[in-house]
Each structure stands twice: as C-alpha cells, then as structure tokens.
Write a protein that binds this ligand. Structure first.
Ligand code: PEP
Length: 231
C-alpha cells in the first residue's frame, strides 16, 4: 500500500517538522508500506527520514519571473523529486487547464520526477451516470504519457474530497477496475478516507493505496489509518 498525505494549506513550518519527526519515529523499520507526505511549500526542508516528502505543486521552470511560484531550483535545495499534479483543487479553484497540467507533467517527467497524477469527476458528471464518469476520467489523461515509469495515479471523485462522504466500495471497485484496464500503474483512491473506512477501501481489488487530506493532518490520525489497514 501507498499512504500519501496531502496537507494542502495546513500546518506551519514548525508543526510540519514535529509531525514528520513523530511519523518517522513511529514507522521507522516497521512498515513495508510506502509513505509520502506533501507539506505546504513553506515547510519544505531536508529531513533525515525513511519516507518521501513531495511537493503539492510547482511551476514548470528551473527559475525565473513567475511571481508566487516555485521552480526546480527551489525544490533541488531540499532534494524534492516527487510532485502532485492535477489535483482537483488546482484544476477547479485555481483554474489549471488540462494544457497547463500536461505542460507540468511533461516538464517534471523530463527531469525524472515521480508524479502523483490526480483525476476525478465533479458531482454533475457523477449524476450523469458511470458511463459519463468513465469518459470524463479518460479525458483527464489527454496529453499524459501513461507509460511513464514514475507515474502514480490517484482517483479522487471531487464530491468526496473534504466532504466526509467517501465513494461507495462498489463505485471505487468499478472505477478502479476500469482505470486499471487502461492504465497499468499504481492507483490510489482519495476522498474522505479515514481510520474508519480504510479497512474496506484498502482491501478493494485495484486500490494500491490512498491519498488522504483531512485525516492526514494529525499524525495520530494518519498513524491510526495506516494501522487500521493491517487489522
Ligand atoms: C484530497 O484533497 O486529496 C483529499 C483526499 O482530501 P480529503 O481526504 O480531506 O477528502
């Protein structure tokens, strides 16, 4: 299993550092699972830990005149080689188009970054039925090299993100099976995953891991979530 935690715009530099050290001492030498944390940019640092720190976003540039953005020169300082691309909050709130997502994908792919690529349908598409959901999800791969060896896909239905309402086991199984028949890559589910539902979500065929927002914010909750999967 891959357990990825996305802090979004939560945690300070100080609270991230305490979290990361606590997580590291709790899991060091114990888990065979892969753990990746995406802290806010202001909290990036060089940590001596046994899991991966990734970045939630970056601009496709080494450096330059891109006010408010961060480029590879800033990521290199901390040895960051993992990036989240296509998260629905960037697509929906920050209006990142598929063209921009593809530009980022190609740029970070050319530098050998591991890419967590997010896809997911809004409620309006889900309400049109599963056929439309599948069509929509495939369109989010337009321009994306699905053969890239460092690609990890995260299916996150937008209506399940941060709402406390995860997709049903049947919906997840069906969409994951569908995606797996097109894309031979690790496939995570995301959307209101928590310590109570990880047991059933984590055991669905085709779920290789989870991308977790809210339930990753407290280290105790994230550890409980990882532990509950094993019970
Ligand atoms: C996310 O935004 O990637 C996410 C899955 O959030 P949450 O777990 O809060 O639904």
């Amino acid at each position: 299993m891959i357990y990825a935690g996305n802090f979004k715009t939560n945690h300070t530099r100080a609270s991230t550092a305490s979290y990361i050290l606590a997580l590291n001492s709790a899991i060091e030498g114990k888990k065979k699972d892969r753990v990746v944390i995406f802290p806010p940019i202001s909290a990036l640092d060089s940590f001596d830990i046994s899991f991966t720190i990734g970045v939630q976003n970056a601009y496709p540039t080494q450096k330059g005149a891109f006010t408010g953005e961060i480029g590879v020169e800033q990521l290199d300082e901390f040895g960051i080689k993992t990036i989240l691309i296509g998260h629905s909050e960037r697509r929906e709130i920050l209006k990142e188009t598929q063209d921009k997502v593809v530009e980022k994908f190609n740029f970070f792919k050319s530098l050998g970054f591991e890419i967590f690529y997010c896809i997911g349908e809004p409620l309006s598409v889900r309400e049109m039925g599963e056929g439309k959901v599948k069509e929509y999800l495939l369109s989010q791969f337009d321009g994306i090299d699905i053969a890239y060896d460092k690609l990890i896909v995260a299916y996150e239905p937008i209506w399940a993100i941060g709402t406390g309402r995860s997709a049903s086991v049947e919906d997840i199984r069906s969409i994951h099976q569908f995606l797996k028949s097109h894309i031979d890559k690790p496939l995570l589910y995301g959307g209101s995953v928590n310590p109570s539902n990880i047991g059933e979500i984590g055991s669905i065929d085709g779920v290789d891991g989870v991308l977790v927002g809210s339930a990753s914010l407290k280290v105790e909750s994230f550890l409980e979530l990882m532990g509950s999967r094993d019970e």
